[in-house]
Design a binder for this molecule. Structure first.
Ligand code: UD2
Length: 309
């Protein structure tokens, strides 16, 4: 059994990883500063994990958190494009300084490998679809710059110090436990929550904006595969973690409304600053080289998600 450190363990993706690893019998340590994470996400496994409330920018804390760890699953971040547009400095400090601090501690503790939660936002307004990992990044928002910068840090720590790192570019992950009550929450969580409260959600833009929405189970499996993939295949590399299919915001709205019996038509507002119009993953590299298979499909994932809230 391996020893895992999950950063951002009280968040949506971190807590989902923790549940799977605990079920598989691994040793799980987790840190979270609880700025956006919620301990309720860990309620049923709280006694099976070693949880410490800690900020990624705490150097001494990271040193002790990395001690004796085989794999780090680095999910901790201030997520959200609009949050970074509103307050770029705070998200910079958390996302970039925090990651660098963690990398230094991981290097010193001789951690076997770090798997990083990178973002499809790195592609920005790169016009070609689907997005392939070798395309030139064209980040549009501070958040995209921060996530991309950390990919480069991960790669440089491999080249300079031999710390193995794998970057998983998540494409709009959704599922149970995703926070729904903040303006910075993912769109599926927000739409569901609002409709359940009887509030009509607003679609930013014309509704034809599309995303490669990927159910959480697929992201969890990508992380576990990235830990065990041979070093020559995975280390220092970037992999798209999407499904290869996209859905428009109009489709998402209709699917959630249909499931909840919500009959009001959507409101439409101006597009959000920093947003990409279309995002679709080419998952050839991850399927061929990590054996990643997005087995959970969009509609089935959406049903489970909406039922969870
Ligand atoms: C970005 C990244 C994603 C992940 C995420 C973390 C892209 C393509 N994806 O997701 O990989 O890193 O950031 O936060 O950059 N929207 C509405 N109404 C609402 C809320 C959102 O229309 O009430 C729209 C929003 O303008 C956007 C889409 O829904 O066009 C998706 O927004 P999101 O915040 O769920 O995720 P996104 O694409 O910024």
């Amino acid at each position: 059994m391996a020893r895992y450190l999950i950063t951002g363990i009280a968040g949506f993706i971190g807590s989902s990883l923790a549940h799977t690893l605990v079920k598989q019998g691994h040793d799980v340590r987790g840190i979270d500063n609880l700025s956006t994470g919620d301990l309720d996400n860990l309620a049923d496994i709280r006694r099976s994990i070693d949880f410490q409330e800690m900020d990624l920018q705490d150097a001494a804390g990271m040193k002790s958190a990395c001690e004796g760890i085989d794999y780090i699953l680095h999910q901790g971040a201030l997520a959200s494009v609009p949050r970074s547009v509103k307050d770029p400095l705070t998200s910079h400090e958390s996302n970039i300084n925090g990651t660098l601090n963690l990398l230094i501690a991981a290097r010193d503790a001789k951690v076997r490998r770090i798997v990083y939660a990178a973002s499809s936002s790195a592609y920005g307004d790169q016009p070609t679809q689907p997005k392939q990992e070798d395309m030139l990044p064209r980040p549009l928002s501070p958040y995209a710059v921060q996530k991309l910068t950390c990919e480069y840090y991960i790669q440089s720590f491999y080249r300079a110090y031999g710390l193995e790192g794998v970057c998983l570019r998540y494409f709009n992950i959704f599922g149970p436990r995703q926070a729904a009550d903040s303006p910075y929450s993912g769109v599926i969580a927000q739409f569901t929550f609002k409709m359940m409260e009887g509030i009509t959600p607003t679609i930013f833009g014309d509704g034809l904006t599309s995303r490669d929405f990927n159910y959480i189970d697929n992201a969890v499996s990508a992380n576990l595969l990235a830990c065990i993939a041979p070093s020559e295949v995975a280390t220092g590399r970037v992999f798209n973690v999407g499904t290869g299919k996209s859905h428009t915001l109009n489709e998402v709205y209709a699917a959630i409304a249909g499931q909840l019996g919500f009959t009001a038509k959507p409101l439409y507002g101006p597009p959000r600053a920093g947003d990409i119009q279309h995002s679709l993953a080419d998952i050839t590299r991850a399927t061929q080289e990590l054996s990643y298979q997005p087995k959970a499909h969009f509609h089935e994932g959406l049903k489970k998600t909406v039922a969870w809230y």
